[in-house]
Design a protein around this ligand. Structure first.
Ligand SMILES: [Zn+2]
Length: 341
């Protein structure tokens, strides 16, 4: 009876899902039709295309992807296979992995802890905040995993980027041990540098994660990018350009494109900085890039903090939150290079 239901169900799926754009990429195509004997479940074809399940230390996992990973979709998980164990029944997973599946992990978010090493471990494992990984500052070769990649960790809080919200649901979080900033006498935030060993660890870890989940450059972000009114981390001393240049991780603008925008950007700053129509254009550009901001034509606190977040990431020499020509040119070149789809 179950097999009969399976045939009917699969036939229905084949017809009802043909509009799904990824079905054609399937390398695993059971050609079941309702006319076949009900007892067979097309087992020969299925057997031929059966994905290999490996077992290590009692944990089962698929060895190979069954379809196209290039668009972060249609692939089996790299993680262990977590299945139900219904009383009296057997869950069969070797024959029936669906092609219509994707990763939950769409974003990689970087943080600093504002705590020393021992306290970072204590807080991130024992309190109501966490991250998938913690990069210590001990100069060793260890990276601590605190949360399974297939589970949510509580690192992002209220957050948004482009059309997505609550990024804990869809991200991997990396915390880096660093004391953050202290305000100097003038109120300017003075940040602590990261060690070279930490940056190498973060780069290797980030590379591994973005490769396995095919996370796009536009989704490798700072906590400050996805929560600009609340957060500054990992701050202006985190070397995003180095990660981009040396490891091909995340976003960076093209210098030539920025130069092309610079003259006009300077004119904008010099002649219409306080015009509501100009502020509206800048806010719209920030929103288009991905920041959670509603254009209103005013240099308000949200806009200042959003400009500051952009500067932490892409203009670390000036993170005043005040838009200068360089920042404005960088924002326009980023929007040109990474348009919203
Ligand atoms: Zn953070």
């Amino acid at each position: 009876m179950r097999k009969t239901l399976y045939i009917i169900g699969l036939s229905t799926l084949v017809f009802s899902c043909t509009s799904q754009k990824n079905v054609k990429k399937n390398t695993y195509r059971p050609k079941t039709t309702a006319a076949q004997p009900k007892t067979a479940v097309n087992s020969q074809n299925l057997e031929k295309n059966k994905p290999e399940v490996a077992t290590e230390h009692g944990v089962e996992f698929f060895r190979t992807n069954i379809a196209d990973i290039t668009k972060n979709d249609n692939t089996t998980s790299y993680g262990s296979i977590v299945s139900a164990k219904p009383a009296g029944y057997k869950v069969v997973k070797t024959h029936f992995p669906a092609v219509a599946q994707n990763f939950r992990q769409k974003y990689l978010i970087l943080h600093y802890t504002v705590l020393p090493d021992d306290k970072s471990v204590e807080v991130l494992t024992q309190q109501s905040v966490s991250a998938h990984y913690l990069v210590n500052n001990l100069g060793d070769n260890e990276i601590y995993q605190l949360v399974d990649e297939n589970k949510r960790s509580y690192h992002a809080g209220i957050s948004a980027w482009r059309s997505d919200k609550n990024l804990n649901d869809t991200s991997i979080g990396i915390e880096i041990v660093n004391m953050g900033y202290k305000a100097d006498a003038s109120g300017m935030k003075v940040f602590q540098p990261f060690s070279d060993e930490q940056i190498k660890k973060v780069a290797a870890l980030a590379k591994d994660i973005v490769t396995r989940y095919n996370i796009p450059a536009t989704n490798v972000l700072a906590h400050s990018d996805i929560a600009p009114t609340r957060k500054q981390d990992p701050g202006p001393l985190f070397p995003w350009k180095k990660l981009y240049d040396e490891y091909q991780i995340g976003m960076w603008y093209d210098e030539m494109a920025k130069q092309n925008f610079l003259t006009l950007a300077q004119t904008d700053i010099d002649t219409r900085y306080n015009e509501p129509s100009f502020i509206f254009v800048v806010q719209t550009a920030l929103q288009k890039f991905g920041y959670d901001i509603l254009p209103n034509g005013k240099w308000d606190d949200v806009t200042k903090k959003t400009v500051e977040a952009l500067q932490y990431h892409f203009r670390p020499q000036n993170y005043s939150g005040v838009l200068d020509a360089e920042t404005w040119a960088i924002l326009q070149s980023l929007n040109q290079k990474y348009p919203t789809k």
